[in-house]
Write a protein that binds this ligand. Structure first.
Ligand code: ADP
Ligand code: ADP
Ligand code: ZN
Ligand code: ZN
Length: 783
């Protein structure tokens, strides 16, 4: 930081940070500069950047609300840190999905849709009204009858007046919800043989008798043989009073009954097996009335240049820009200018292949993050601290340069930019690098290096030593045992793709963002009944209450061992059951939902976040109580359950697998919702390690991994393949490509410029040919 003065106004100063694994860390970060935080996974980067700096900024901002408002908000705990000086407002640009709200699209979250509506209300013909007439989120209100003016004059309104553009059939969602009947009823069976597949509906149980003894249905006839009336009564009948089994009862068809009892509930509140059923049985179908456009007829009838707003929103952004440039109406020039600005920014950031009507819930983590970035690039705010979590996720080496430029743009607008990142290309543009380590968890949490990129390259830290690290191509590749044939794949942008995916080897699927990798692998392998296991980074449902111990099944043998050692019931040692602290119901945290803001959490004061009632903590195993066991790291617990009084072989086995996937530093009781995407993916992978054979798909498993961690990941992938599994990896990391037995490269570009297989073969052939973008970049990397 030699070139900056030591003026405290130009620094964010952190003293004595102890959040999570941080060991009394003090650090000075230059303001209005780009700082990159490096270190192995679990070293403490997030704890410093998100958990300390961003969290304290957020807390201080909350404190500026009026005492009245604060009364509704729980006090955010102060991060464990002695002093932080020089903070500015922090904005997190992370990979959290944009929310699965069905009303939210790329257009609504970027304002692009609002601008299109303005455009149609000005230029659309026939003309019908203001911008709201084109909004699928505003209902079609028919105003009829009489209106009264201020002076008392009555006007008779004959016409229907459309206020909004919402399709009335699907209420603007584009899809209608549906139940997947096959998951609910086995039509080949009769009621008494167990035709109803819903949890709790046993063939001889009370719930099923309500149907079979109702007098309306024949309990011994297979459902497929029901008459139309029987079928209607069984599935759809509205509530009716009947007399059956000698009692007055209310009869209701199965589907409305399930809708009330299960499908209208918050899934997180349901018992796990019921939740699993609900997820299986809920289905969506495109709305027939609007053809999925979400818009009512009137909104769809107004056109510019022959296209309606739905068609325009469905265009790929690069095409939308071309279309907009052709509109030469002076009256809308400023509006067109703003729309083009948005399109250009989206394209620059590598999202030009998306369309504005894309539901925001279907964007990948990296796409969501880049969308948020576009919003901030347009912001007039300056002197903000932007905090990025691995902004290069999902980006081909070819796209990283553009991303780098945007990070520098944000800095040059007078902002402080903090980036957690592993890719050498992005570390290289930092004004300042902070390297955490030396290792993960309790072996990390210190600062190993601070300085410029040039200095880091010479520093003797894990990151410094790995910067110039280049993977070599393998001497020889494995021979496939068989092939999975994909034929005529055409979902999304795929152009009738035929490709053979080799089995029994490590296959890497490459291509720029939007080229069609996920569409090919998830779409085709997922749909065709191939027996493929997807090990992704998606959130684990119900993850507030779950932790690595509950999720991996590890807690079961541990509870039993505790129960046996103490002569009590196993259920006592579950924070989701009898052992729970009554105040927080075993959450360890108190969650407050604030309708208008994000949910906020604060630790439970009764159990101190330990989640158990005091009594339970008196029972010991090998000298530790259950809360202390859950506070152990995987590596420590592995030792603990491997020998002595506390030997539990079943637990040690699972822990060994977790250590194998590089999660030795993780605490057993850490809530799953605090895990990074990469950690979630590796924990899912650990669950499959014990299985024989199988085909596994991993989407960007290097996310969150330091260059040094990547070597461990490759060793793990080799281990899986050598154990007879087929592994298919979607990756941008050149070290993984170089390590592949086979590469399938998609392209040549993104969206409709992609969707083809541009190369299939070994990494050596790809490098020798250099015929694709991926080939060029890999050649430069191994060269
Ligand atoms: P990095 O960002 O470098 O991967 P983190 O800061 O996420 O590392 O994690 C550092 C250590 O703190 C790890 O051992 C991790 O398991 C632990 N940790 C992270 N978040 C939490 C949390 N919310 N509660 C408890 N421990 C946590
Ligand atoms: P990659 O995995 O290579 O980044 P994708 O398969 O995600 O590429 O995307 C290929 C094309 O398919 C892009 O134009 C993208 O916008 C489109 N696409 C992907 N997912 C969806 C979806 N759920 N709905 C509509 N279009 C999609
Ligand atoms: Zn509709
Ligand atoms: Zn509690």
């Amino acid at each position: 930081m030699s070139e900056h003065s030591a003026d405290t106004h130009d620094l964010i100063r952190v003293q004595g940070a102890r959040q999570n694994n941080l060991k009394d860390v003090s650090v000075e970060i230059p303001k209005r500069r780009l700082s990159v935080f490096t270190g192995v996974s679990g070293s403490g980067k997030s704890s410093l950047v998100f958990g300390t700096i961003a969290a304290e900024s957020r807390r201080l901002i909350d404190e500026t609300y009026s005492t009245f408002l604060q009364g509704f908000m729980p006090n955010l705990p102060r991060p464990e840190v002695d002093v932080i000086e020089g903070l500015t407002t922090a904005i997190l640009v992370d990979q959290e999905r944009l929310g699965a709200n069905p009303r939210s699209t790329l257009g609504t979250v970027t304002d692009g849709h609002a601008m299109l509506r303005q455009l149609f209300s000005r230029l659309g013909a026939p003309h019908i009204g203001g911008p709201t007439a084109f909004s699928f989120n505003i209902p079609t209100t028919k105003v009829g009858g009489v209106s009264v003016t201020e002076s008392g004059k009555k006007n008779v309104i004959k016409q229907e007046i459309y206020l909004g553009g919402m399709c009335p059939a699907c209420e603007g969602r584009g899809v209608v919800s549906d139940l997947n009947l096959r998951a609910i009823v086995d039509e080949s069976k009769s009621l008494r043989d167990g035709a109803i597949l819903v949890p709790g509906y046993k063939a001889d149980g009370w719930m099923v008798k309500g149907f079979s003894e109702s007098g309306l249905l024949d309990g011994d006839k297979p459902i497929k043989d029901y008459t139309e009336t029987e079928r209607h009564d069984f599935l759809h009948k509205e509530k009716t009073k009947i007399k059956a089994l000698g009692m007055n009862m209310t009869y209701q068809g199965l589907l409305p009954k399930l809708r009330e009892a299960m499908f209208s509930k918050d899934p997180e509140q349901l018992q796990p097996h019921i939740k699993a059923f609900v997820e299986r049985a809920a289905a969506f179908a495109p709305c027939e009335t609007c053809g999925g456009t979400r818009l009512n007829e009137s909104a769809r009838s107004s056109k510019i240049d022959g296209l309606d707003i739905g068609e325009v929103a469905a265009m790929q952004i690069t095409d939308l820009a071309t279309w907009l440039r052709k509109i030469e109406e002076p009256g809308v020039a400023p509006l067109i200018g703003s729309l083009l600005h948005l399109c250009d920014k989206m394209t620059e950031i590598g999202l030009g292949y998306l369309s504005l009507d894309r539901p925001s819930g279907t964007l990948s983590g990296g796409e969501a993050q880049r969308t948020k970035m576009v919003r901030h690039l347009g912001s007039a705010l300056t002197d903000v601290t932007y905090v990025f979590d691995e902004p290069t996720v999902g980006l081909h080496p070819h796209d990283i340069e553009r991303m780098n430029k945007l990070l520098l743009d944000l800095r040059d607008k007078g902002n402080t930019v903090l980036v957690v990142e592993h890719k050498p290309e992005t570390i290289a543009i930092a004004d300042h690098v902070v390297d955490l380590g030396p290792a993960a968890g309790s072996d990390g949490g210190t600062i190993c290096f601070e300085g410029t990129f040039g200095e880091l390259a010479k520093a003797d830290t894990l990151t410094g030593r790995h910067l110039g690290h280049r993977a070599a191509l393998k001497e020889s590749v494995r021979t496939p045992s068989d092939h999975l044939k994909i034929q005529g794949a055409s979902s999304h942008n795929l152009r009738d793709v035929d490709v053979d995916v080799p089995l029994g080897v490590l296959t890497v699927v490459t291509g720029v963002a939007g080229s069609g990798k996920s569409s090919l692998i998830h779409g085709s392998l997922g749909a065709d009944g191939h027996d493929v296991e997807f090990v992704d980074q998606s959130a684990i449902k119900g993850s507030r209450r779950s932790n690595p111990a509950t999720y991996t099944g590890l807690l079961e043998p541990i509870r039993k061992a505790f129960a046996k050692a103490n002569g009590v019931k196993p259920a006592l040692f579950s924070a989701n059951s009898e052992g729970a602290c009554p105040t927080c119901k075993g959450n360890g945290m108190i969650y407050t939902e604030l309708g208008f803001m994000e949910t906020v959490s604060s630790p439970c004061e009764d159990c101190g976040g330990k989640r158990f009632q005091a009594l339970v903590l008196e029972y010991l195993l090998g000298g530790l109580n259950i809360a202390e066991v859950l506070d152990l790291s995987v590596a420590k617990a592995h030792e603990f359950f491997s020998e002595g009084d506390s030997k539990v072989p079943a637990a040690a086995k699972i822990l060994g697998r977790m250590a194998d996937v590089g999660l030795g530093y993780l605490k057993l009781g850490q809530p799953l919702n605090t895990l990074s995407g990469g950690e979630r993916q590796r924990i899912k992978l650990a669950m499959h390690l014990g299985e024989k054979g199988g085909t596994y798909v991993l989407d960007e498993p290097t996310t969150g991994l330091h260059l040094a961690d990547v070597d461990n990941l490759l060793a793990l992938l080799d281990k899986l393949v050598d154990a007879g599994k087929s592994v298919i990896v979607i990756e941008h990391h050149q070290a993984v490509m170089a390590h592949a037995d086979w590469i399938i490269d998609l392209g040549p570009g993104a969206g409709h410029d992609g969707g083809q297989v541009v190369f299939e073969g070994t990494p050596a052939e790809l490098v020798a040919k250099k015929s694709t973008l991926t080939g060029e970049h890999l050649a430069a990397y191994v060269g």
